[in-house]
Design a binder for this molecule. Structure first.
Ligand code: FAD
Length: 713
């Protein structure tokens, strides 16, 4: 080894590399402090962050309320951290044995980078998947993109309310639901309330009274972080400003219409904002170390338990504050202080000095609640109202990371004291797209008479097609569709208004294809075109034409009258193909129901399924759960025989499972086509003495089954 090479290696060995993952409050403060305390030759600081900026989250609600511009709440990391090597890249994994982080390079290759010290400061993410439908229908409030999108959506709702023809629809556009009464939920509710109510004077079709802002919180007090007196004040102030606060309530599902609470109450609204459901950043799930409620458990000095050189700070760390031996709060204030003290401890380790445990006495809490009002708990003093709001603004202005941002935000705020908020918005809605939607039982998915906009594929659950007549405006169920089925094609293909109403029968997940996407795919994909043509043909043919008496008979007959008992034995999903084949041979059954608990319908298996399974590579040991028809359409005991006939026709079935209720798939029995046919034949013959007519009616009822090749036939 030459002298130059040795020297270079010596320098590299003495110069330490400190990698920070996350450019939020904690990571940035840590990097700034390291840069201040360590010379460039002592340490190289590398900061990985998914975006190229820090988000000043306490002002995100102000972006939503149009009080500041989205660009004012983000600060470019490289301008704040000139000493650090800022990499806008996502860290994919950490190899704790090799002291390396793994990341994806800009060309998509997996690369490794070694570290001497690693600081994990990756915060948390909002998990909208915890509540059915939330991911499809609610806005999160975590990133500047979330805030800007929500702001545009609110403006769009006001524009739609202005031109809505029906008052009910107008109020729906002007109804806002905010889930979570912590800091971010309360601030968002206050800002939205202020923005929409103060803007009503620019619109002709609605007034302040038409606006409703609902804040839903699972506990008996909002803002659990602040003192009870201030909470009460905040609640009173917000209610006086028009915010409807619903406490001790949990949202159990979200749909395009609004949210359903755990007591069954439905809060309708065109905008749902979810500020709850914090969960770990994906990287944390991939690191196998001690965790407490997904946060990384640290020693007192913020090193991961059992590690000498890996640290966790901010929202992702479970850190005990040595001031009171309590876990540190997940707030910006704590994150900054942890970042700073972590940097100090790293410097101590590099200088062979003992580290210190994390210690922080909180300065106070501040929360803006809208209407130029805030609540504050500062240095032990409780402030509320306009003065607290003024202090709130002053503190956050001072806390903004750069002088330039302070000037911009200060200017925005001063401007708003003199002029109204800006109601212009960028059009964020995409022209056409594929999306998911969740509907609760009873929700209307398509309304008769609506213009066609989407094609729907049922992923989970069941819907019912309802046809209203002048005699019966509420409508009667004419068909039930289950998972794998589709609807909405007729109006799209003919470009005419919807001819029937479709509503959710159970909890339903649907895939929605916008008009243009549907037209392009159905035009180009021959199998889909054929399936659509066949379905249209089937659905367009009036099975009851010339046979109104058959329809009347079936309509007036409860399916219990012709229901048979559940065919035995019930198979378990783990039953193998060999066992299923044997069951068919021994029992003479045409189908079996599959149930894990011996009660609930999970699937159905026919000989056709068996053969299909075999053809697609299943072996004797393959469990039936893998080749059965999962979650087949099922009717409930309170349905009538006309719906049975429609389902049989739609699905070309020879039998239908009957379950306890729309949302209860406990097996109760089955209906076979032959029995239905015999019933029609017998009843009509008894009534009219016209055997041929009766037979014709019966045959028409199940005409589709003559060519049955479908799921269970
Ligand atoms: C709407 C809202 C309002 C709030 N209001 C207040 C308030 O008034 N007062 C208060 O004290 N606190 C408030 N908070 C909480 C505060 O913002 C957080 O406690 C704080 O941001 C936590 O800082 P952090 O550095 O731990 O994480 P974050 O600020 O979340 O930063 C983490 C960063 O890490 C990045 N990252 C994650 N994984 C990776 C990876 N694998 N690779 C690269 N980068 C990654 C993320 O993109 C993100 O930029 C609010 C939060 C929100 C959402």
């Amino acid at each position: 080894m030459g002298a130059g090479e040795r020297e270079q290696r010596d320098t590299r060995m003495s110069k330490k590399r400190i990698i920070i993952v996350g450019g939020g409050f904690a990571g940035v403060k840590c990097a700034q402090e390291l840069a201040r305390k360590l010379k460039a030759e002592e340490a190289e600081i590398v900061l990985f962050n998914s975006e190229n900026h820090l988000v000043f989250s306490p002002l995100l609600a102000e972006v939503v309320g149009s009080s500041v511009s989205p660009m004012d709440v983000i600060v470019p990391l490289r301008q704040m951290l000139p000493r650090a090597f800022c990499r806008t890249e996502e860290v994919q994994g950490v190899n704790l044995e090799k002291n390396e982080v793994e990341y994806q390079s800009e060309q998509g290759e997996t690369k490794q980078m070694a570290y001497d010290h690693l600081v994990l400061a990756c915060g948390n993410v909002t998990n909208l998947n915890a509540v059915p439908g939330m991911a499809d229908h609610a806005f999160a409030l975590k990133t500047v993109g979330d805030a800007a999108n929500l702001r545009s959506h609110i403006m769009e709702q006001m524009e739609k309310a202005e031109v809505a023809e029906k008052q009910e629809r107008r109020c729906w556009h002007l109804s806002f639901v905010i889930v979570g009464g912590g800091f971010s939920g309360a601030e968002a509710a206050g800002e939205i309330n202020d923005l929409v109510r103060s803007s009503t004077k620019y619109f002709k079709s609605f007034k302040r009274e038409d606006v409703s802002v609902n804040l839903i919180h699972s506990r008996d007090q909002i803002l659990p972080e602040i003192s009870p007196g201030l909470r009460e004040f905040a609640k009173r102030k917000m209610e006086k400003a028009g915010v409807n606060i619903i406490m001790n309530a949990r949202v159990i599902s979200a749909t395009p219409e609004g949210v359903t609470l755990d007591d069954g109450k439905i809060i309708k609204g065109g905008t749902v904002v979810c500020t709850v459901g914090n969960s770990p950043a994906p990287l944390l799930a991939r690191i196998n170390v001690a965790k407490e409620k997904w946060r990384l458990v640290t020693e007192g000095d913020m090193r991961l338990k059992g590690s000498k050189n890996v640290w966790a700070v901010g929202d992702c760390g479970y850190i005990i504050n040595s001031l009171d031996n309590q876990p540190a709060a997940t707030t910006g204030q704590f994150a900054e202080r942890e970042g700073r003290q972590c940097a100090e401890n790293i410097v101590r380790v590099l200088h062979n000095e003992p580290t210190k445990p994390f210690y922080f006495k909180q300065l106070g809490e501040l929360c803006s609640i809208g209407g130029h009002s805030a609540v504050a708990d500062l240095f032990g003093m409780h402030l509320s109202g306009f003065f607290a709001w003024f202090v709130w603004r002053g503190v956050y202005l001072f806390k903004l990371p750069t002088f330039g941002r302070r000037l911009q935000v200060g200017f925005d705020w001063a401007w708003l004291l003199l002029f109204p908020r800006d109601l212009a918005h960028m059009r964020t809605r995409q022209t056409d797209r594929v999306s998911h939607a969740h509907f609760a039982p009873g929700d209307v998915i398509i309304n008769k008479g609506d213009p066609p906009s989407h094609f729907y594929v049922i992923e989970k659950g069941e819907v019912e097609v309802v046809r209203a007549t002048e005699k019966d405006p509420k409508g009667e169920v004419v068909a039930v569709l289950g998972s794998g089925s589709f609807f909405g094609e007729k109006a799209l293909l003919s470009n005419e208004p919807r001819v029937a109403t479709v509503r959710a029968r159970t909890q339903v997940e649907v895939l929605m294809l916008g008009k243009n996407v549907f037209t392009q795919i159905s035009g180009a994909l021959a199998p889909l075109r054929d399936a659509l043509a066949q379905t249209l043909n089937r659905r367009n043919t009036d099975a009851w034409k010339g046979q109104p008496e058959v329809y009347e008979l079936l309509k007036g007959t409860s399916l219990k009258e012709i229901m048979e008992s559940v065919p035995q034995p019930l198979l378990r999903p783990s039953a193998t193909m060999t066992e299923v084949s044997r069951a068919f041979v021994e029992s003479n059954n045409e189908f079996f129901y599959v149930s894990g608990d011996g009660k609930t319908l999970e699937g159905v298996v026919t000989i056709t399924d068996l053969l299909r399974g075999r053809a697609s590579g299943a072996t004797g040991s393959t469990p039936v759960g893998e080749f059965m028809t999962k979650n087949p359409v099922a009717l409930s005991e309170d349905d009538d025989c006309a719906v049975v006939a429609a389902a049989i026709r739609e699905y070309r079935l020879k039998s239908l499972p009957i379950v306890a209720g729309k949302d209860d798939r406990t097996l109760k029995g089955c209906i076979r086509v032959r029995r239905l046919m015999a019933f029609v034949f017998r009843e009509l013959r008894n009534g009219s003495d016209e055997a041929p007519k009766a037979a014709d009616g019966a045959i028409r009822t199940i005409e589709a089954t003559k060519a049955a090749t479908g799921q269970t036939g």
